[in-house]
Structure formats: structure tokens, C-alpha cells
Design a protein around this ligand. Sequence first.
Ligand SMILES: Cc1ncc(COP(=O)(O)O)c(C=O)c1O
Length: 414
Amino acid sequence: MQLKELKHIELNTDLIRKDFPILNRQINNYPLIYFDNGATSQKPIQVIEAIGNYYSNTNSNIHRGVHTLSREATEAFEQARKTIANYFNIKNNQQLIFTSGTTDSLNIICNGLAKSILKKGDEIILSSYEHHSNILPWQLWAQENNGQLKIIPLNSDESLDMDALENLISQKTKIISIAHVSNTLGLITDLDKVKTIAKKHNLILIVDGAQSAPHMAVDLEKLDADFFVCSAHKIYGPTGTGILYMTEKWLKNLPISKPGGGTIKTVSFKKTEYAEGALRFEPGTPNIEGAIGFAAAIDYLNQFGMEAIHKHESELVNYAQIKLSEIDEVILYGKSLNKAGVISFNIKNHHPFDLGTLLDKYGIAVRTGHHCTQPLMSLLGIQGTVRISFAIYNTKQEIDFFIEKLKKVITMLS
Ligand SMILES: Cc1ncc(COP(=O)(O)O)c(C=O)c1O
């Protein structure tokens, strides 16, 4: 089912919560309140059962097998590709490559471009928001090739200074690789603007969708980037699976950096002819259960539609931002009405770890620290934050309980 065909319904969180067995857990004698969805989301029973069902009934290695189980497993794996491609509005499902996650996908892109497009001394543009996963491969390449990373700076409200982007571009610039949504601040990048500039200067555009895909509808046809990557485990699917989308041009031309069984047409000791399409980039036995589980997660989301989920989560973000703003000791980062599921804050004069540890005593799971965005922390002049991030199953009642306990924790620490 494609996004545009979906009928959107009001979310019934009471019913939805029943689909997530882990929400029955008590942590320190309190019902679990899970606000760490930015790190990984919880899984509905439909995903858990799809994986169990695969192992109970279909488990076999895929492609090249003639027996029934192998054919069924291959069909389930390739059906998963179609389901996910359809969801992201990818016309040719071969443009969707299964990887182990966002980090793996970014490495495949960087290594492929390093072998083809990038030349010594070239420049790559990243933003101040980037997760370490979208810094390190480029930095390593730059260090080894006398290249340079240029960084889109922050405005005073912690949004990205898009007016500065064009000034960063030189004759040596080849790539813009950028987060669709900041995993630390939840702020949404103005991709239309980035795309216009990338096209004007003929730059390759790579979009890290690890934090946008869980919170908003992503139409890759419309997005029109060269590459898009995300991880299943942040979108109600299993860990160890992600996707790498690339345009048909790159599908044909990106050099492979991870050869192996499955990627080939024929091999001799003299010469290898590689497969066409997605298989070129899927060496070895893939994460079959991961692809099937990811497709089950997509089927689950399709019942509600991403627009409805985005609306629900935006209401939670705005409600929580208002409640947090009413507490004198709270410092909010990247406060905005246009955010995707994530809020970062600190309490004056207190370390985020202490807050996280004390909130856990009340069954509240938050993330504390630098969130793999140390350069952003440096720009903000802080060591870390407390991050709360929402999903389909979170409620305003949970936020009320969290605010009540946060106030208590602040009093305890003062
Ligand atoms: C924006 C962003 N990029 C990349 C990653 C890395 O994702 P993974 O660990 O699933 O590879 C994350 C994970 O938090 C992220 O938020």
C-alpha cells in the first residue's frame, strides 16, 4: 500500500499499547514509561510473531535454493523488499538494498564514492547536527586524502543556518550528506532548500533518515536525493537491519565495497561478473528475519498512516515542551513547534546522568549523554542532555507522570 492511498484514522493509544508486550513491564515497581525511542523503538507483537513464524515455519537460506523452504524464504525476503519499497514510494524495488542499518549504509555509500567520484583534496558538506555515523566515514576519507569537511553552522535558535550553505561550496565540493532530522534536537532539516542548492551546484545529496523515517511520511520519489538511509529498529522493526536507497544511476555505477557470495553472476579465478540490482550490494547470507520483521513493522504502521502518527507525536512534543518550559530549572534546546518526536533538555547545575538514573527509579526510560553528536554538544557548549523521544504508544498521561517525577528529582538534587 502506498502512503498516498492510506486512509488516516485517529490513533487509539489504549488499543495500540496492547500490541506492545514490553509495555506491561514494571520497572522498579512502576509501569514502564519508555521515552527512549530515538535510540530504538519497542516492537509490536505483529513484528515479534512475524520473526517467530519465519523461524518456526520457513527458515532456510535464500536465493539459489530449489527446495520448498528455500523458495518460500526467498519469496518472503523479496516480498519484504517490495513492501518496504512501496512504503517509501520507490518505483524500482531493486533500488532498495538491505543493510545492517544506517551506519552500514553510510559506510557503503562513502566507500563506493571514495572509489569513484572523490578525488584527493575534495570537500564534503555535513551539518552541525550529524550523528557520528555520518561524520566518521567522511572524516576518515578526508584524513587519508587531504580532503576537507565543511559544516553547516547553527543559528541562535539551534536551527541550521541554510543561508550559510551556499558559501561553503567551492569547486572542490562533491557531496552534501545531511540528517533529515536531528537525533538530539528533533529539528527538521529544510531538505527542499538543500536539494535546490545541491542541484544548482551538481552535488551528490545523501540523506540520513534514521530519525525522520520513524516520525514522518517519507516519499523517496518526491525527496529526490541520490541516497537515503535508515534503520528498521527505530521504526518498530528488528535490530541489525536497515535500508540503503539509491537512484538508478547509482545502482548501476556505485562501485561495490563489500563483495561476497550473492553479489555475483559468475566467478572465475581470473574475473568476476557482478549481479545487477540490489544483490550487487548484499553480500553473504542477509538478515532474512530482519527484512521480514521490518516489512511486518511497515504493515503495522500502514494500518494508521504516518500522517496520523506524526500528528500524534507532534502533539506529545508540543505538550511536553510547554510543560518543561514551565519548570524554572529547565533549559530546552532547539525549542520549536516543527519537530519530529524528540526533545533535549538540561536541568541547571545538574548532570544529565543523575537525572536519568533517578528517573529510572520511577520506571521512566530517558537517554542521557551526547547522543553520538559530540560536535553538536561542543557547539552548544555542553557535555550532554537528557533526551526524551516519543513513539506511537506514548501518551500525555505518561508525560504528566514524567513531569511530576522530574520536579521531584529536581527537588531531591537541590
Ligand atoms: C541521525 C542518526 N544517524 C545514524 C544513526 C545510527 O543508526 P544505527 O545505529 O541504527 O546504524 C542514528 C542512531 O541513533 C541516528 O539517530
